[in-house]
Design a protein around this ligand. Sequence first.
Ligand SMILES: NC(=O)c1ccc[n+]([C@@H]2O[C@H](COP(=O)([O-])OP(=O)(O)OC[C@H]3O[C@@H](n4cnc5c(N)ncnc54)[C@H](OP(=O)(O)O)[C@@H]3O)[C@@H](O)[C@H]2O)c1
Length: 298
Amino acid sequence: MLLALPFVLLAGAGAFLLYKFATVVDGEVLAMQFASLGAKLILSARNKDELERVKQNIVCKYPDCKVEVLPMDLSSGEGSLKEVVREAESLFSNAGIDYMIHNAAFERPKRGALEETEEGVKATFNVNVFGTITLTRLLAPSMLDRGMGHFVVMSSAAGKVPAPGQALYSASKHALNGYFSSLRSELCTKGIKVTVVCPGPIETPQPSGAASSSQRHSSEKRVSVERCAELTIVAATHGLKEAWISYQPVLTVMYLVQYIPTVGYWLMDKIGAKRLDAAAKKGNTYSWNLMFGGKKSA
Ligand SMILES: NC(=O)c1ccc[n+]([C@@H]2O[C@H](COP(=O)([O-])OP(=O)(O)OC[C@H]3O[C@@H](n4cnc5c(N)ncnc54)[C@H](OP(=O)(O)O)[C@@H]3O)[C@@H](O)[C@H]2O)c1
């Protein structure tokens, strides 16, 4: 799970102040890791009770951590998001937002590109793209006034390469990559940084502590959410423009599509139908067998 999460990061005895507003893979784990670094956090998502639970967990472990809860629905439109931004910027004595971590995403069932409905397309883009871009537009002016701000965008490997079986999700993440890479180029000389994080499959625990049912039923090898959060923070605090976080074979496919696209797209075309089949059978959609095996699903 995760949220829109604004935070201030303090390292050492106040010698180093980083101010950023952001969203990530499993917001709770990410927020906990930021808290361990002394960040001031604003936790945002729709479910207030869940946000309060996360806040309690953080404060239990790090009693000195400053955490605020600010419920928000990314699909609620510009008027409502404007109010959320106004409130976020007034917290912590009007300190403003240093890091915006864009982590929220609409649900992403695996199905064929032609099975998507207009309703699903709108719902996915309202959260993953339109709400995220609107929130960014509303936050950027005060960052520009202060000459600093950092957007950390939780995209996906599916934002870099085709994702047969998740075409709509892939389209929304490609849109995010395009918007935020362009924003970076426009504003990097004015103190605005952008880090786009592109994880492959991550083992995201459910509130019960268990892996999701789709994760339990498949043999997919997933990076732990703790490692993903750790690498996301490393990427952001080192000002990386883009970070890829995954096991193989996803990284190989990403490198091929990026650097030898003719080979990368040929490979994706070879595995596309097999991947759809594997998804329908709740099998491994990231298996080497999809590339080299004769069988339809792993
Ligand atoms: N898990 C993976 O394998 C993986 C891989 C690559 C990339 N990612 C990306 O990493 C991010 C987090 O993944 P995840 O697996 O932790 O996702 P998740 O479990 O589906 O959590 C999504 C989070 O977004 C919030 N959210 C959903 N709709 C919202 C809305 N309309 N307004 C505000 N908040 C909303 C949810 O809280 P509420 O329901 O309370 O609003 C929840 O906290 C996503 O951007 C995802 O695309 C995940």
